[in-house]
Design a protein around this ligand. Structure first.
Ligand code: NAD
Ligand code: WQD
Length: 340
């Protein structure tokens, strides 16, 4: 029997590329669409190498509704994992229209193409950032949603659109997955995170310090009400996250209902704990500079991960040590990231 085809938008990006490998391992046929706006073409070769298969790739923009529709039909797509979008919080504050246009506009074009071609299962990359400043911890899915920047608002608007689509069409089912902080890399070191320019996120920055690309880590704030004064986050291994998508897809097939779930480990680590773990994993020392808090940061954010465990039958298996080990293996094996 032919393997079910799953369209992966943004499939050459950090999380999408790992998800393609997990999908192929689970017996699906990933079909990638990416406009290369934040990815390199060489990622495709790595995915093909790891999956030992000639994964289909289409360089296209998800906002091109007609092209997308033709692709859904030609590839006989059964379901979609939707990763495509811009993700830099600071940039979203400076260029809100660009963010709404790509993230919300892209999702609308995708949903229209799906409706036209009878594709009625979608897994969406939402984010824990939709919760805003936590009122209580751990964060459960019913926590109030008060996003504080355009990027986070994009995610919430899209969640609302998906809920409306599910009301309008009883046969349409989606999973909105609220990721916490994805880090790490494929254990082969062939796939990993390769940000352009100066990394915004903690782990890629630490990894670039360890490999000698940057002199020191700037720690944003040491006066938070946390055990060591630095920010606490729920870091999740990208391989676990990728498996979460396979579990969500299986849920949509099995249960034929929509779901919104946190994907995290349920455990928070401070910046200094992450740095220590990375130093142990890499054998390198990470010089630190302490700076004032970064605007928009919260003291702590971590998931109640029990809903995903119960409903999806999925839980994160890899701890901080594995996350740092694999991030270091990736960074040291690919010091300048992917080749052009
Ligand atoms: P990424 O930038 O590495 O991947 C996104 C991919 O989408 C890129 O390859 C980019 O070229 C592509 N893309 C962007 N706009 C497109 C368009 N209009 N048409 C076709 N392709 C397009 O980001 P990532 O870290 O892999 O994140 C994937 C998704 O998960 C995003 O939606 C992001 O908002 C969400 N998310 C990420 C994190 C995180 O910390 N990385 C956390 C929560 C949610
Ligand atoms: C983690 C901790 C920083 C960099 C962001 C987005 C969120 C989501 C994931 C997509 C914080 C500290 C960081 C540095 C530091 N993305 N830090 N020095 O802010 O939790 O979440 O990425 O949905 O929407 O906001 O992640 O990795 O940037 O920061 O001290 O150079 O590390 O202050 O405490 P964050 P992060």
């Amino acid at each position: 029997m032919a393997k079910p085809a799953v369209l992966v938008t943004g499939g050459l990006g950090y999380i999408g590329s790992h998800a393609c490998v997990a999908l192929a391992e689970a017996g699906y046929r990933p079909v990638i669409v990416d406009n290369l706006g934040n990815a390199k073409a060489s990622v495709l070769e790595r995915i093909r190498e790891l999956t030992q298969s000639d994964i289909s790739f289409h360089r296209a923009d998800v906002r091109e509704r007609q092209a997308l529709g033709a692709l859904l039909a030609r590839e006989r797509v059964q379901a979609v994992l939707h990763f495509a979008g811009w993700k830099a919080v600071g940039e979203s504050v400076e260029k809100p229209v660009m963010y709404y246009e790509n993230n919300v506009g892209g999702t609308i074009a995708l949903l229209a193409a799906m409706a036209e071609h009878g594709v009625r299962r979608l897994v969406f990359s939402s984010s824990a950032t939709v919760y805003g400043e936590p009122e209580r911890l751990p964060l459960t899915e019913d926590h109030p949603l008060r996003p504080v920047n355009p990027y986070a608002k994009n995610k919430l608007v899209i969640e609302h659109i998906l809920a409306d689509c599910a009301v309008a069409d009883a046969g349409f089912h989606y999973a909105a997955l609220r990721y916490f902080n994805p880090i790490g890399a494929h254990p082969s070191a062939r796939l990993g995170e390769d940000p352009r320019g100066v990394p915004n996120n903690l782990l890629p920055y630490v990894a670039q310090v360890a490999v000698g690309r940057r002199p020191s880590l700037r720690v944003w704030g040491r006066d938070y009400a946390t055990p060591d004064g630095t920010g606490v986050r729920d870091y999740i291994h990208v391989m676990d996250l990728a498996q979460g998508h396979v579990a969500a897809l299986a849920y949509l097939e099995r249960r034929a209902r929509s779901i919104t779930a946190n994907l995290g480990t349920g455990r928070g680590y401070s910046v200094l704990e992450v740095v220590s773990a990375f130093e142990r994993a890499s054998g390198k020392s990470i010089p630190l500079e302490f700076h004032p808090r970064r605007a928009g940061d919260v003291a702590q954010s971590y998931a109640d991960a029990s809903f995903a465990a119960r409903e999806l039958g999925w839980r994160a298996r890899l701890g901080l040590e594995a996350m740092c080990r694999d991030a270091w293996r990736w960074q040291s094996g690919n010091p300048e990231g992917y080749p052009d």
